[in-house]
Design a protein around this ligand. Structure first.
Ligand code: GPQ
Length: 839
């Protein structure tokens, strides 16, 4: 290493110097500087976006010292580090979160006010990076927030999609997709690091050779090479100096390849190859809980996994740690099977590129990885056709065959009398066309395996991963999901947060269990009144927003009943719709009937190729169109589908909810995380015994949770008996009336065909057992309506919900991962305080 010129040595890192001070005057000056020097504008012609950018850069400047100091500390200490590999990170807007975590939200608000600007308006300007579909991607983002807050050395690794999740519009009640151009007005939160680009090989063939020391080796001659260019984003923790890195890879054509083609005169061919290479990070696959098995998706997986593992090796080399210690330096958490190819890729890097023996490489690999499963749905389990694998990843396929052979030797020893175990557990599915089963590869290559809620982990052990559980019981260990209270309480619900802090002090933000202390205020009339008033004010604001954006008037005193999540049959938005139609039928039959006024709000995207999900959106809108206009209803019911649900919008929705719909078929929702966010904001849950609902109910108390429906065991038993939904239709008069009303074309201008595919599926298959749960749901919803009338009781229940949600902080989840899987402890980052004399 060369010694830097002494004039280039940085002064000691200080937070409060002239340039990056946190007081209002310094903030204002920095903001105006950035407006001028970065946006190139005088204030009089600046747009709101210019102001947003100037503020974003002002905040970014205040992250940088912490960020670089964090990296430097980890390097100097050679800290053990978690690498969180995920195909999705659904971060949400950065600005507000960074203001909260830096502790300067109020000061910045005042600084902006003094400049005649409104912070809320500037926050609204930010386009969020929608680099995920839903729960899985958002969980990754919450975990990064908690890792930074808990001062855990970590790197998030993923893909920098040029187009994130599509923007949803609704036209004539149907979902329309528009491409998401999140980068269009500039993205101030990332720093590209082209100097750390890495090559990724694709396609071609393998060759055997003997090296100069007489060792048998394999060489992979790829068809082409793609470059991965890292783009880094600092993620600051709450009230700590730790700012960890999210490193997202952008695909770029390898220069040498362009050059060859150019020299041979095939200019257009060269440009074409460039385009093909860059396609890899072009777009996020918009599927949630569905695997489409597309070639480009497998390319995305190997691309980001290979880049990330090579990056880890580079980091070790930089820290002069021998590669034999890979598993001591890093633990690699795989967010579902999307990065599971990492098991084969690390073997390849260690054996082919770094000359290790098989046993040494396998010892390291199986001490490095941990695997989180996020679903039991068969259509989401990833399997790749062998032919595709061989075409794109010929070397990995050889390695997987070898891993599998050795694994099956163990299976044979373990189950000498049960030959069927071999085909059941094999990494290769040979029951028909041959496939690589990614979950099996992940299980064999990992030291730890977890589901995301207690029930889900149990069902994994009994079902999908049963054989692996039998063989490696100690690898399995539940990790119930959690969410970050910084974003989903402090930022999204400042008034509630302030009311809480006034009662129990500020520590709950980092130690969510302390919310328990609110229990002593449950009978305090002042607190109750304030709690109610906060909810009411937020509902009124949402009502204003809806009036302005949808032209529909909603009553802020009505029960806000909200279902916001991806649209999926297993999540049963259409069960919710059946209740709405049932209420409507009751009103039509008896216009003077007493019912609790309700506003039904829906939000969520459907995968563009998921026809039934799109039809469910159309159904909800069709019902809304009729119900919202029918004078008989007299404004007692309103139904709205709010378009383009996103993290940003979710932050407005959770605080405004009275009732949270968590009504999946039991056994289908692995955990759910929206359920936690609603409850933390004082909504009550109507839910099935599914995923984390079970644990939420245990925590808040069964008397503070609206439970209905079959258990997972009952669902399986009913299916096994032979389930006939048509029987329910015929024997339940309200159900029949609801279905018939939809079938009659009443909600579709007389078109009887429109919803027929949906109704046919329900009447004759009903895979998700809406009909079996219908009556229980209706009864439970009616009961919710009654309880809502009892304002004191309702308020009491909501306060107890908030007070008892401590378990569902992602901080708790991350502590569990650290203790049980990662064996990592906090590394505090020290930053010298500013003192003017020191300059
Ligand atoms: N989840 Cl496999 C997704 O959001 N996308 C997926 O592709 C898969 C799972 C969700 C799951 O459905 C929820 O129940 C979980 O709460 C969430 O992952 C986080 O674990």
């Amino acid at each position: 290493q060369t010694v830097p010129d002494p004039r280039l040595v940085c002064p000691p890192v200080r937070v409060e110097d002239d340039r990056t001070g946190l007081n209002i005057e310094t903030l204002k000056r920095a903001f105006l500087d950035n407006l001028f020097y970065i946006q190139g504008k005088f204030p009089d012609i600046a747009t709101q976006n210019d102001y947003y950018m100037a503020l974003a850069y002002t905040v970014r400047d205040r992250l940088l010292k912490r960020w670089l100091k964090t990296a430097q500390t980890y390097t100097e200490q050679g800290s053990r580090t978690v690498c969180y590999l995920s195909a999705e990170f659904l971060l949400g807007p950065h600005l507000g979160k960074n203001l909260i975590n830096l502790g300067i939200y109020d000061d910045v608000q005042q600084a902006m006010e003094e400049l005649g600007l409104d912070l809320e308006t500037l926050l609204e300007q930010e386009e969020e990076p929608g680099l995920g579909n839903g729960g899985l991607g958002r969980l990754a983002a919450c975990y990064l927030d908690s890792m930074a807050t808990l001062e855990i050395p970590s790197i998030g690794y993923g893909i920098r999609y040029e187009y994130g999740i599509f923007e949803q519009d609704i036209r004539d009640g149907w979902q329309i997709e528009r491409s998401d151009k999140w980068l269009r007005s500039g993205y101030p939160w990332e720093v590209p690091r082209p100097e750390w680009s890495v090559p990724v090989k694709i396609g071609g063939h393998t060759e055997q050779y003997t090296d100069e020391r007489g060792r048998f080796r394999v060489r992979w001659v790829p068809h082409h090479v793609v470059m991965g260019v890292p783009h880094d984003t600092p993620l600051l923790g709450y009230q700590v100096n730790t700012a960890n890195t999210l490193r997202l890879w952008r695909a770029e054509a390898a220069e040498s390849f362009d050059f060859d083609a150019f020299n041979s005169g095939d200019y257009v061919g060269a440009v074409h190859e460039k385009m093909v290479s860059e396609n890899i990070s072009k777009v996020l696959y918009p599927n949630d809980n569905i695997s489409q098995g597309k070639e480009l998706r497998l390319l995305q997986q190997i691309f980001f996994v290979s880049c990330s593992l090579q990056d880890m090796i580079r980091i070790m080399e930089g820290q002069k740690i021998p590669l034999e210690k890979f598993h001591e330096k890093f633990v690699v958490q795989m967010n579902d099977t999307h990065p599971a190819i990492a098991v084969a890729e690390l073997m390849r890097l260690l054996i082919d590129d770094h000359c290790m023996t098989w046993d040494q490489a396998w010892g390291i690999t199986t001490r490095t990885f941990a695997y989180t499963n996020h679903t039991l749905l068969p259509e989401a389990l990833e399997r790749w056709p062998i032919a595709l694998f061989k075409k794109l990843l010929p070397r990995h396929l050889e390695l997987i065959y070898e891993i599998n052979q050795r694994f099956l030797d163990d299976v044979r020893i373990r189950y000498p009398e049960q030959p069927q175990m071999l085909s059941q557990m094999s990494i290769i599915d040979e029951s028909g066309e041959r496939y690589v089963r990614m979950a099996h590869l992940a299980c064999v290559g990992s030291m730890a395996i977890n589901g995301v809620a207690a029930l889900h982990t149990e069902l994994l052990k009994q079902g999908v991963l049963h054989d692996f559980y039998e063989m490696y019981p100690k690898k399995f260990n539940n990790k119930t999901n959690g969410v970050t209270p910084r974003r989903f309480m402090v930022l999204s619900n400042p008034r509630l947060s302030r009311a809480i802090t006034e009662r129990i002090g500020p520590n709950w933000v980092k130690h969510l269990d302390e919310l328990k202390k609110l229990e002593s205020y449950v009978d305090d009339p002042n607190f109750r009144q304030e709690f109610r008033q906060i909810k009411f004010d937020i509902k009124q604001e949402l009502a204003t927003y809806i009036q302005q954006n949808y032209g529909v008037a909603i009553n802020p005193n009505s029960l806000f009943d909200i279902q916001a999540k991806r649209i999926h049959e297993y999540k049963r938005q259409h069960l919710n719709a059946l209740y709405i139609v049932t209420l409507y039928n009751r009103i039509k039959a008896n216009p003077n009937i007493e019912i609790t006024p309700r506003t039904f709000l829906f939000g969520g995207k459907a995968a563009p190729g998921y026809y039934t999900a799109k039809l469910i959106i159309k159904l909800i809108n069709a019902i809304g169109d009729v119900v919202n206009r029918d004078p008989d209803v007299r404004d007692r019911l309103k139904v709205l589908f709010l378009k383009d649900y996103s993290v940003k919008f979710a932050q407005r929705i959770y605080p405004a909810a009275d009732l949270s719909e968590q009504i999946s078929t039991a056994g289908k929702e692995a955990s759910g995380t929206g359920n936690m966010k609603f409850a933390m904001n004082g909504a009550l849950t109507i839910g099935t015994l599914d995923g984390a609902n079970i644990e939420i109910r245990e925590e808040v108390g069964e008397e503070n949770f609206f439970l209905f429906g079959m258990t997972a065991d009952e669902v399986y038993a009913r299916k096994a008996q032979g389930y006939n939904p048509y029987d329910y239709y015929q024997s339940n008069s309200e159900l029949k009336l609801a279905i018939d009303r939809i079938a009659s074309g009443f909600f579709s201008h007389g078109d009887r065909k429109l919803f027929q595919p949906l109704l046919d599926t329900l009447m004759h298959r009903d895979d998700y057992m809406l009909f079996a749960d219908y009556q229980a749901y209706i009864d439970c919803q009616d009961y919710v309506g009654q309880v809502f009338q009892d304002v004191d009781r309702w308020t009491r229940m909501t306060i107890l919900n908030v007070a008892r949600m401590g378990k569902f902080s992602s901080d708790r989840a991350i502590r569990d991962y650290c203790e049980d899987f990662w064996k990592i402890s906090p590394v505090p980052i020290e930053i010298e305080e500013y003192s003017p004399e020191a300059i």
